[in-house]
Design a binder for this molecule. Sequence first.
Ligand SMILES: C[S@@+](CC[C@H](N)C(=O)[O-])C[C@H]1O[C@@H](n2cnc3c(N)ncnc32)[C@H](O)[C@@H]1O
Length: 428
Amino acid sequence: MNFKEHLKRYLSESEINNLISSLTNERTHFLILNTNKMNKEQFKKEFPNIKEFALIDNAFSYDDNEYHFGKNYYFDNGVYYIMDSASMLVSNSLDYIDGENVLDMCAAPGGKSIIACLKNRNINLLSNDLSYQRALILSSNIEKMGFGNVTITSTDLSRHIGQFNKTFDHIILDAPCSGSAMFRKLEEMEKDWTYEKVLKCQNTQRILIENAYLMLKEGGSMVYSTCSFSYEEDEEIILEFLKNHDDVHIVKLEDNPQFFHSKELPEAIHLFPSLFNGEGQFFCVLKKDGISLKEEKYKGFTRDFEKIKDSYDLNFASDELINNTNLYCFNNRFNLKGISTLRNGLFVGEINKNIFKPSFHLAHYLSSNNSIILNDEERKMYLHGDTFNKLINKPNGFYVVSYNNINLGFVKNINNTLKNFYPKGLRH
Ligand SMILES: C[S@@+](CC[C@H](N)C(=O)[O-])C[C@H]1O[C@@H](n2cnc3c(N)ncnc32)[C@H](O)[C@@H]1O
């Protein structure tokens, strides 16, 4: 079977033609800035013609005739890492939180590991590659980026599954593949393509994804990716894997008009150079049933916070836990390094020992339309800091109380007893 023929498994004639003709287009070059070494403003000032890549923080495209980023002492000293935009999206699709164990199974030369560390340097990352020679390059890339949280190994992990049984909160499985999505980078690879090679890679991928399953914690998630356009190495691997593991589910990721989805596995993302400005890539995120570290951490507030969100019809774009206890939404992405910052967006509340306490800020952010209306006597009791009874006919949980359409603060309803959350300093 030839290359074009084999794509008919999931693509129409016109999709195949568009894809193939895009493979010879001039490609765009990308890099990701190591903001631990240089801030974005300084970098943009030095290289004014670089363009921000909207889907990843601190990533840029550039014209390599104008900027020779590969031949610069910045490059040798880890101020940035040159990698393709498609490749960045793979590792960026996982959400890394402090203290999590992360495994990059086929890591060399290190792009996905670097993205993970740039997102969070406080993860425990194990980056492995079977090839010792390639692992040496990975090791030097981690060294020059200045990351101290990475263990680098070169082994066949299938021999050590027992050691790593259910150890990782996240796994990046960027599987070795037939590499058709690299065609326009490496012309020789096109000549090298055979259907037999696709099937051989498929076998390896089957083994690797099963190994990943064993090493993934319950509640953990993994991203599977290839730089192959072959259905056999992409959809088929995942569909077969999901069939064999009913405790794993595919996660729906944020969509973008530049992404292609097959009918057979619509949650997975194909990046085609015909639609997306970057190289080809396939990826999807799989989650093992159970409670992840993040969910465990958020458990206390999730229930109460979700109820507030539901009753006020709120849709917060980004929730972020700061210092492990304070939850903020709508964070502005200004570079605030070294600047004393009092508030960054909406302070939603605190989480202490898994208990959520909504903030005064949130009470004033919300509309008073859904608040519990207090009478004059109740208002006095509330402002005094008293707990009082009121028949409100609502489920237990947090509610905002108001007087004269002005929100005063939160109460927690427990069987019509309203526990007072008015700030202590304002009580009188
Ligand atoms: C697509 S490349 C990885 C690229 C890398 N993730 C990055 O972003 O820079 C695939 C890698 O898998 C490695 N590899 C092949 N078979 C492997 C195996 N059984 N276990 C671990 N690594 C393997 C290859 O040496 C190669 O470096």
